[in-house]
Unconditional design. Structure first.
Length: 526
């Protein structure tokens, strides 16, 4: 029997949720009771606003008030002026093309040119037709609400009564965290170092330090012996990646150092992998290339985790002063509890992940230039820090918690960051684009049942047929290249046909899980 499925996927014309940016100013009444203003090559509409945040303007959203009667496909433009009205300096002109009349609703216009806004300063946006014509953009009036911090303009730069344009302005969000190398560090909620693990991160640094600490698992000094009980540190040593383990007898460090230069002020993906092997169990990678190997025994406990510094805890044996006081009134335990981080990291940090399993080189390469999709469902992911917090280089003094995106709750507390300006703060510019998810990784075992599976035609425009033999409980997932699961359903027949006409053109993964194994195929939708 041949069973036909119809897959309905909404193709959104608008961008209701925008990744990597922060909503600043807006005038968004329910509906557009003020009606719409026509935009054509001879008519325009604009709106001034006072920026509430300092940062890079990333997007303007407007509301299309549906009236396709006069629509003519073509090119339109958004102009951004400095100051009130159309007479200020032009900061940017963003062209956009509409080939069909957009549906009633919100329409996002990404700003591709760098436009730096300053909080409390006034700016004006203007919408014109170039070759396109007949677009009505929604507004509000006194009855439906007004925008107090600006003025609507129409036609020849004339303000228009109590009307205001329906609009939103967005500022680019921060994408990573900058450490000043002086006193910045983050204390993470503790999780024990796994017996086998993978540590990976994106870094950009020009530090010349012999021991700039990125990450450290620590155990306090022993109050009786004064020994630094345990340390596992991941550092940048004279421009190279290094793993250092200090054993619990205080005898000295076990060290593995890479050879690839990473302090060239360029973004690099770094990874350290620990396997269960007795020997040759440590692998250092830079940008998906093996850098160094070695052997270290890592079986001992920790009590605290520091990010951006070596969280060394000093122990000072008790000393009796002449007045019979102990160490200026501090007991040995009180002194022992004084945390004195050192070896501070200077540079940028993004996409830090800790796994409780050794990732293969292929997995590292697959995931190094993107964000993990569905972090909570990632096998073995212990902690995950995306650093997508705060506003780029702005006053972020209230953003002092680093969020663990894995869902495991291992958040961090920022310490001694200035959180204002271009250093020691949340800033933008990471090569990892927020919302750009990694494609699902396909391992060798994923193809164990491919010889029992046939998917055709491929490429396809409208329908695709899935045939299989002798599979038990087959489950189909269709996944886009951003890692989003578009369909998840059981296949009850050996011959299934899917209608995928509504899918946008592109590449999709068809993943079939069955009792016998998993198969993944790429399907091209034309």
């Amino acid at each position: 029997m041949k069973l036909k499925h119809y897959l309905s996927v909404a193709v959104l014309f608008v961008h209701l949720i925008s990744f990597g940016q922060v909503l600043d100013q807006f005038n968004t009444p329910t509906g557009t009771g003020g009606g719409g203003f026509l935009v054509s090559p001879t008519q325009n509409v604009g709106q001034s606003f006072i920026a509430g945040l300092t940062g890079k303007l990333s997007q303007i959203s407007v509301f299309y008030d549906d009236d396709p009667t006069n629509f003519v496909a073509g090119e339109f433009k958004l102009t951004i002026y400095e100051g009130e009205g159309y007479n200020g300096n032009v900061l940017a002109i963003q062209n956009f093309t509409l080939n069909i009349a957009p549906p009633y609703g919100e329409y996002a216009i990404p700003i591709e040119t760098t436009v730096n806004l300053t909080a409390s300063s006034t700016y004006t946006i203007r919408l014109d037709g170039i070759t396109g014509n007949g677009i009505f953009f929604g507004s509000s009036n006194g009855a439906t609400g007004t925008y107090a911090n600006g003025t609507l303009y129409v036609y020849n730069s004339q303000s228009y009564y109590e009307y205001d344009l329906w609009f939103k302005s967005f500022i680019a969000a921060a994408s990573h965290l900058n450490f000043d190398g002086i006193d910045d560090f983050v204390v993470l909620n503790h999780f024990e170092r796994p017996a086998t693990f993978t540590f990976e991160a994106m870094i950009k640094t020009n530090t010349t330090s012999a021991d700039a600490c990125l990450f450290s698992w620590m155990k306090d000094d022993d109050v009786n012996t004064g020994y630094d009980f345990n340390r596992t540190r991941i550092t940048i040593a004279n421009g190279n990646l290094r793993l250092i383990v200090h054993p619990n007898d205080g005898s000295g460090d076990d060290v593995i150092t890479g050879n690839i230069t990473i302090n060239d002020n360029i973004w690099h993906h770094i990874a350290i992998v620990k396997t269960a092997d007795v020997s040759n169990n440590i692998f250092l990678y830079v940008d998906g290339v093996l850098d160094a190997t070695g052997t270290i025994d890592l079986i001992f406990q920790s009590q605290s985790i520091f990010l951006g510094a070596n969280g060394y805890k000093y122990f000072i044996p008790p000393v009796t002063n002449k007045d019979n006081s102990k160490n200026n009134g501090l007991s040995a335990r009180e002194i022992n509890d004084l945390t004195e981080p050192d070896d501070f990291y200077q540079g940028n940090l993004d996409e830090l992940r800790v796994w409780n399993r050794p990732l293969s080189l292929s997995e590292l390469q697959n995931n190094q230039n993107c964000e993990l999709a569905n972090p909570a469902s990632q096998t073995g992911l212990v902690a995950y820090y995306q650093f997508n917090q705060g506003v780029d280089s702005d006053n972020n003094v209230t953003v002092t918690t680093l969020t663990d995106a894995s869902g495991n709750g291992y958040n961090g507390t920022l310490t001694d960051f200035s959180l204002n300006g271009v250093t020691s703060n949340w800033i933008a510019g990471s090569p990892i684009v927020t919302g750009n998810n990694c494609s699902p990784f396909l391992s060798v075992t994923d193809f164990a049942i491919n010889n029992q599976l046939n998917i055709y035609p491929n490429p396809t425009r409208n329908e695709v047929t899935i045939q299989f033999n002798a599979l038990t409980n087959p489950q189909l997932q269709i996944i886009d290249m951003n890692g989003r699961i578009l369909l998840n359903e059981s296949l009850n027949y050996s011959n299934n046909t899917l209608n995928i006409e509504t899918l946008p053109s592109g590449i999709y993964l068809f993943k079939i899980n069955a009792n016998e194994g998993t198969a993944v195929s790429k399907v091209i939708k034309q």
